[in-house]
Design a protein around this ligand. Structure first.
Ligand SMILES: Nc1ncnc2c1ncn2[C@@H]1O[C@H](COP(=O)(O)OP(=O)(O)OP(=O)(O)O)[C@@H](O)[C@H]1O
Ligand SMILES: Cc1ncsc1CCO
Length: 262
């Protein structure tokens, strides 16, 4: 049942996929470090001029709208077009989609570019599917169960895998659904921990053919690393360092054994 968890951990490390990130200014370093710790190679670029070349070189694209500017939107749309032309999977992180009308507009525009996977917190998924304002800036004000129906509707409408993260994470393609119970509350005390998870999902989508398994597996592996990090961390700061250490030392069989996926 969790064979794909071991396979994903091992294939990311063995195949070291290049992951093109058009991400936000807060998340850049943590996302790059999470990808490197897991064995992948990150490149961060929002330049439309090189989007086509990067799409050809990369195994996957991750688009994260955390710090929106006009230039960023242009870069993201060029990257999405490049990934589609090259037939590469791309992952959308609709950061703060419930916070402002501008974010809802850009999220809807990006969704029309057919992401293979969408990962957000409950408020973001509710905003994307229902047009609802909500959340507290980039943070969720709802639990993942509150967005379960919206996630399934969004998955069917967008023909994408949708992940709602929270204390228990939900991953659905509209017909099959996984719930993942790994993770630690310290992740909510660390900025961009969800953004970095989305980057990791990109690496898994580059190596596993099933986007549902890639998404659920990456979330479980990240959650397991967080649990191990929390055992030795003194607080939020040392937790980030320990999270990177734990991701770097996680092996496939251990991840499969500790994954709580139902
Ligand atoms: N209460 C919790 N207990 C355990 N793990 C949690 C909890 N809340 C969130 N997580 C985990 O934290 C990670 C990030 O999820 P979260 O929903 O907080 O993302 P986010 O709000 O998009 O984050 P950010 O905007 O800071 O990047 C996921 O791996 C999720 O499983
Ligand atoms: C704090 C913050 N503001 C915009 S993006 C971001 C990182 C977490 O999503």
């Amino acid at each position: 049942m969790t064979g794909f968890v071991a396979e994903g951990v091992e294939r990311v490390r063995r195949e070291a996929p290049l992951v093109h990130n058009v991400t936000n200014l807060v998340a850049m370093t943590l996302s790059a470090n999470v990808l490197i710790a897991a064995g992948a190679s990150p490149i961060m670029s929002a330049a439309p001029e090189e989007a086509g070349e990067l799409a050809a070189l990369s195994g996957a694209l991750v688009v994260n709208m955390g710090t929106l500017t006009r230039d960023w939107v242009e870069g993201a749309e060029a990257a999405v077009a490049g990934a589609r032309t090259a037939g590469k999977p791309w992952v959308l992180d609709p950061v703060g989609a419930g916070a402002t009308a501008y974010r809802r507009e850009i999220a809807a525009r990006l969704l029309a570019g057919r992401p293979r996977i969408v990962r957000g917190n409950a408020s973001e998924i509710l905003a994307l599917e229902r047009g609802a304002s909500g959340g507290k800036g980039v943070d969720s004000t709802a639990g993942s169960d509150a967005a379960a129906e919206a996630a399934m509707a969004l998955a069917s409408r967008a023909r994408a895998v949708v992940a709602v993260t929270g204390a228990v994470d939900l991953v659905t393609d509209g017909s099959r659904t996984f719930r993942i119970a790994n993770g630690h509350p310290l992740l909510t005390r660390t900025t961009a921990s969800g953004c970095a998870l989305t980057a990791l999902i990109g690496a898994w989508a580059a190596v596993l053919p099933d986007p549902l398994e890639a998404t659920a597996g990456a979330i479980a592996a990240y959650g397991i690393a967080a649990e191990r990090a929390a055992e030795i961390a003194q607080g939020c700061g040392s937790f980030v360092a320990a999270l990177l250490d734990a991701l770097g030392s996680l092996d496939g069989p251990t991840a499969a054994r500790l994954a709580r996926i139902a």
